[in-house]
Design a binder for this molecule. Structure first.
Ligand SMILES: Cc1cc2nc3c(=O)[nH]c(=O)nc-3n(C[C@H](O)[C@H](O)[C@H](O)COP(=O)(O)O)c2cc1C
Length: 217
């Protein structure tokens, strides 16, 4: 089948695009409003964009069917300038999903999911205590594009449980023990996710010198 975007309703474009740009990491974002009320929600239109400086990007659509009202996460980030991205792992996938429910404003998603928080080291917004890793971010900028917002965040601190760190040695590392962290990826809008357990393939980078040697042998 072929789809021309100009003739395709936005909802269908969404369904197709999120199934084709996959798997995606999931930013499980904690943010706070100006009165200190905490919010948690997942966003898979997410990736890191550069590392020097460390910038992550996140696409947050407006609330469906309600004009141009931003989701709480985008509104909080605009107002307080801070947020935390908690890494979604296999053990936390159900709790992450509960946080995507459109609860009334006065209901805490974290409470509904039975989660607790731990203080962050630089930003005021706490991280999810049960998450094994988290990125503390300050808003770099928010761009309004059509009915969406693209939030760029500057990572100001990272938290990773010690067991998931390969320490620096002889000038190399530190690295993340991805094989043990069991991060999850989102696959489509039908509720499919991908586990990263046992899914690792190691493909070392090839230097030009090795490439040349290989061609001659
Ligand atoms: C795995 C997952 C990924 C999601 N990714 C996005 C996304 O990238 N952008 C978006 O606008 N909504 C996304 N959502 C929906 C939001 O999480 C949902 O609208 C949430 O209620 C927003 O909460 P908030 O108003 O508290 O910010 C996703 C939901 C799930 C379950």
């Amino acid at each position: 089948m072929k789809f021309e975007m100009e003739k395709t309703p936005a909802r269908q474009i969404y369904n197709l695009l999120i199934g084709l740009v996959a798997p995606r990491p999931i930013a499980w974002v904690t943010s706070m409003d100006e009165n200190g009320r905490l919010n948690a929600a997942p966003f898979s239109a997410y990736n890191y964009l550069c590392t020097d400086p460390p910038i992550v990007g996140m696409g947050v659509m407006n609330r469906p069917g309600r004009g141009f009202l931003p989701k709480d996460t985008a509104r909080n980030i605009r107002r307080t300038g801070e947020f935390v991205i908690n890494v979604v792992t296999e053990d936390l996938i159900e709790k992450m999903n509960i946080c995507a429910t459109d609860f009334p404003a006065e209901v805490s998603e974290l409470e509904m999911a039975g989660l607790t928080t731990a203080p962050s080291s630089v930003v005021k917004v706490p991280r999810i205590a049960e998450a094994h890793a988290a990125l503390e971010c300050k808003e770099f900028t928010t761009m309004e594009i059509g009915r969406s917002r693209i939030v760029l965040g500057r990572v100001v601190a990272m938290f990773v449980e010690d067991q998931f760190i390969v320490p620096e040695q002889n000038g190399a590392g530190p690295y993340i023990r991805s094989e043990e962290l069991h991060a999850m990826g989102r696959m489509n809008g039908l509720g499919s996710y991908v586990k990263t357990r046992d899914a690792f393939v190691t493909v070392p980078r090839i230097s030009f010198e090795d490439w040349e040697k290989g061609k001659r042998s």
